[in-house]
Design a protein around this ligand. Sequence first.
Ligand code: S3P
Length: 446
Amino acid sequence: MEMQACPHGPLSGEARPPGDKSISHRALMLAALAVGESRIEGLLEGEDVMATARALGALGVELVRRGPGAWTVHGVGVSGLAEPEEVLDLGNAGTGARLLMGILAGHPFTSFLSGDASLRRRPMARVAEPLRAMGAEILARSGCRLPLAITGTNRLVPIVWRSPVASAQVKSAILLCGLHAPGETTVIEPLPSRDHTERMLAGMGAELRTAPAEGGGVAVTVVGQPELVPQSFTVPADPSSAAFPAVAAAARAGSRIRLAGVGLNPSRTGAYTTLAEMGARIAILDRHREGGEEVGTLEVEGGELAAVDVPAERAPAMIDEYPILFVAAALARGRSRFRGLAELRVKESDRLAAMAEGLRACGVRCGIEGDDLWVEGDGGPPAGGARIDARLDHRIAMSFLVLGGLAREGVRVEGAETIATSFPGFAELMNGLGARIATLAPGGAG
Ligand code: S3P
């Protein structure tokens, strides 16, 4: 499906971005491991999360949709899943695949996992190695990629694992596996990544602790074999999704929008720190706690943006927002530098290459130096006018549609259906604020 974004004027109005993708995956999986009925409100009903829901269904969990975003999950208890009769297809969802592997490692049966062409390219060794060390057998394609087979065990060995990358997916997979092991399982990461798994598990009665690790990094420990208490989960709006309208408004003078109910967990808000450093006017209203997470309303006003230098240490707190922040940098005056972006190469696409190529096609000066990207803007709108391939990557698609709205000439995005993985209703939400995004008829000129 091809979409086109035409240049728009100032944005205005209020919207609620869809539910948080990370929290939605976890809410379903953790509810499945609790004993009894959990209720979830505000679940993201994007394709990624629905793939997780289907996989859990195939593993014997009863999930009932009561209404939009409202789900009831009848949990089977830690280690209570049943052998699936079919291949578990996680679609585009790295979080779904990796976290589920952690859970399946603790079940004494064999499961087969696959996904779309993007997920089948992504590295799984970062999760497979610790799970093997705990006792699971994993047979995967070359480069440890999907499809793979995982045979779990009810005789897991708890471990202390030092992960070379700060990755919440790796950390969560190990912690979820640790739930099934006797004793304490610890994962050490170089920098703290998003901590939704820890917060939710603690809320369900599991014992966890986080502390600085000897030799550097952060250690998170879970005590295995808890009985998880079912919960009512309220999923906040996704700060990663909110970043698209936020940048669109911040970069267009005269804009004033409000984005309601957005999750403000400090392990997720690096993009907003960066936008503030760029001079974006973003206020947080009505800040409060909801179900163990901070949420608030973002009020964004448009104005001039300045170049920024983003340190590598901030990467885990804004890992999914780099593509749209590169767009912000293209609208800013001066040369921005984003440091330490190696992980962007192994996301739904190679986001470093995809963004650099796409930005150049839109007339933006930028370059990759090692693991850094610099982007240069003159404070005015970039040329635009390009046709971008989304590469099965929702965030590439949305970033260039935002750029198209801010450029001199619109931008077309081929493969825009991938947006439904994380942000169903993206075009409608953006257009409700004053953007001009349209789906083009197949083969048509639009
Ligand atoms: C996620 C963690 C991040 C992020 C992904 C969702 C999660 O990946 O890019 O979109 O829900 O744990 P890594 O932890 O691998 O960096």
